[in-house]
Design a protein around this ligand. Sequence first.
Ligand code: DHE
Length: 545
Amino acid sequence: PGTPETEMRYKGAPVPITPEQAPTVVTPKAPPMTEPEFTRAKQIYFERCAGCHGVLRKGATGKPLTPDITLKRGTDYLKVFINYGSPAGMPNWGTSGELSEKDVDIMARFLQHEPPQPPEFGLEDMRATWKLIVPPNKRPKKKENNYNLDNLFSVTLRDTGEIALIDGDTKKIINIVKTGYAVHISRLSYSGRYLYVIGRDAQVNLIDLWMKNPDNVAVIKVGLEARSVDTSKYKGYEDKLAIAGSYWPPQYTIMKGDTLEPLKIVSTRGYTVDTQEYHPEPRVASIVASHFHPEFVVNVKETGQTLMVNYADLNNLKVTSIGTERFLHDGGWDASKRYFLVAANQRNKVAVVDAKDNKLVKLVDVGKIPHPGRGANFVDPKFGPVWATGHLGDETISLIGTDPVKHKNGAWKVVRTLKGQGGGSLFIKTHPKSKNLWVDTALNPNAEISQSVAVYDINNLDKPFQVVKIAEMAGLGEGPKRVVQPEYNKAGDEVWFSVWNGKDQQSAIVILDDKTRKLKHVIKDKRLVTPTGKFNVYNTQHDVY
Ligand code: DHE
């Protein structure tokens, strides 16, 4: 099973906010601190603590740490906690040697002061960062290259702040495009012409795939930290609008699809679905475009609200707020694209939202900390159409029935549980043309497990899985290699894996023949630094997964 350390590594990533961006607030009753101590504390907090406890310390997956709580505890108590950690998942920052004795003392005092609040990020701030590099009237009138765009892959080069555009037919890198830092996802416009990526630092890049050499045509920052982006797909709105959700400030921004001009910003601050308590920092997790209405499905993490944002009239914005479950994270459509299944990860549940009737259908109990990516749709020989998720916290794979008409009994229930290699799974994938279900275990603490994947025969799910040692196939040298995120080509006969190594070590992409499960090709290139997510244009454009 996944250890708390695995989960920590995943959730506790640094928040890209600097001490200068968050002005110090001195709280009279709290222990005194010098300005350099404040600066140091803010830096440590954003790098190590904010991922779990929230920028405003109001609590997310970690406990709230606001002065009303921390002042009562006092410096000595807090120091013990920071030093030794807790069984609930707080790391032992002191005894592990990650924080010095002095830093622990600074943090214990800092936590008793009011949290420094980073700035809001409104229209004026966005416009100041917005660059229209190539205006629409200067762009190609038709496709000016000979690439088979349907089979192009957009690959995140996490640590260099770039994406690689790779031709899926020739396996050649056609361009390396400068983006924000650690691009989280790539999404395609309805037509497939425009590629949108969003960095961890909330920078959105718009790339025109029709150009002779596909490259940036517009860029904007929508906040200080973000993870999600998508584009309007409903009839009559094809390629018209884009949306980006941010972690800080907690808000979403609707933009013009072909320029990224910001049009409308909406805050997500509000009340939690269960205890109905105000949360000042509910981050925007996954966003998808509805196929049934001119709407975006916006999942708000800490409050557990799924917002159906109708973009038909931005001045009179209609938002249907569906109370689902707290800790919403990643998710995907079922095969019919009517139901969106989203992980409420710290609740061990998957929420099923009906995007046609705009309501919650069911909260399904799954394994520990579901992490589907966009999930995998296939037909279980016994239970009919299912959508599957792996888990960070245990070795299971949950198959949820998704056909309320012909397989009513199994609908919105876990109809089958597969046993996988172990916890630490991030992504799962299949393709309508394939009979294989691939499951990574990228964050498993055991190197043998994190460097290999499990593959199941969909027609014979009782058969044990086969282990494929992907990292070994790449033939790389040293490094903390992790095999992450299976992605199919357009035809559905090849599956691509990232072998994500350290920043200064060699990484690779390993491509298997899906039918034989044998190695077909390895892409190694010195420009391919820390590849993580890969997005095939056709499959992403058409929500094929
Ligand atoms: Fe992700 C998807 C948030 C850590 C790689 N990740 C998502 C989504 C969210 C999210 C909200 C869904 C977006 C959507 O579909 O609209 N991810 C977060 C975090 O908050 C978290 C836990 C910690 C953090 O600080 O970022 C986190 N994610 C990671 C990683 O460590 C990964 C492996 C590498 C990285 O770049 O940091 C990673 N996340 C990905 C990828 C996807 C993703 C590749 C898209 C998968 C897909 O197939 O759609």
